[in-house]
Design a protein around this ligand. Structure first.
Ligand code: PEP
Length: 257
């Protein structure tokens, strides 16, 4: 099966709605100049909630082929949950994806596996695709339990999901030690972890679900390392943080993918 690669830019808490729309316009110009083929590789942006509507308006007005999504989601659908944003609200804004379980969310917010499972369910129920982030810390790698750990996170979240749900899931393998540090995983490390995740999914949910699942690599991706990483059999694209804040750099990564 041929999986369409995905290059996803996670802006985290950066860019107000004006900066976000300026970035999007420039990205589209750069990709147009480079005759970028959106059928060959998908490009998605993950702004803060406050910029989603502006991105939606621009994408619709200019019929852009850029997709977008949110960085987290509430597990509840509506009601007295101050500060939360529901999956239906995001779907109404045209979001295709929601990042779920990013290590920064796991660290700074009470997002444990149970909460992450509920986020995944909420995203799927609203007709979007979750991008589930998993990956070991430096300590787990030092102990040599990195594959067990990353696969274990996938296992914990997918345990009660149906085969159909799992085939809609995108996994981002993001070793925590590589996020924002400049210490990118070697292509071999990225491949080994992605392969282990895909094998687990194949054994548990069948080959079809495993072959359909896109597995992204995230952690200090730049235009200097993207080409080698995407050359790995089980790496289907990238979740990009820091380099997604530089439009020239992000467009280069998309072109190399
Ligand atoms: C991320 O936060 O998902 C990420 C991969 O960040 P960076 O590319 O900056 O390491």
């Amino acid at each position: 099966m041929v999986r369409t690669p995905l290059v996803a830019g996670n802006w985290k808490m950066n860019f107000d709605h004006l900066e976000a729309t300026y970035f999007l316009q420039k990205l589209v110009w750069l990709l147009r100049d480079a005759k970028f083929d959106y059928g060959r590789c998908e490009v998605a942006l993950f702004p803060a909630f406050t910029a989603l509507r502006s991105i939606e308006v621009l994408v619709e007005a200019d019929n852009l082929h850029i997709r977008y999504g949110a960085q987290t989601v509430s597990v509840t659908s509506q009601g007295a949950f101050t500060g939360d944003v529901s999956a239906d609200m995001l779907a109404q804004l045209g979001c295709s994806y929601v990042i779920v379980g990013h290590s920064e969310r796991r660290k700074y917010h009470p997002e444990d596996d149970a909460n992450i499972v509920d986020q995944v369910r909420a995203v799927l129920a609203a007709g979007m695709q979750p991008i589930l982030c998993v990956g070991e810390s430096y300590e787990e790698r030092r102990q040599g339990i990195e594959l067990e750990f990353a696969v274990g996170q996938v296992k914990d979240v997918t345990r009660d999901l149906s085969q159909e749900d799992v085939s809609k899931l995108i996994v981002a393998y993001e070793p925590v030690w590589a996020i924002g540090t400049g210490m990118v995983a070697t292509p071999q490390v990225a491949q080994e972890a992605s392969k282990a995740i895909r094998s687990y999914v194949a054994d548990t949910f069948g080959t079809e679900a495993a072959q359909a699942m896109r597995i992204l690599y995230g952690g200090s991706v730049t235009s200097k390392n993207a080409k080698e990483l995407i050359g790995q059999q089980d790496v289907d694209g990238f979740l990009v943080g820091g380099a997604a804040l530089e439009v020239d750099e992000f467009s280069k990564i998309a072109r190399l993918t």
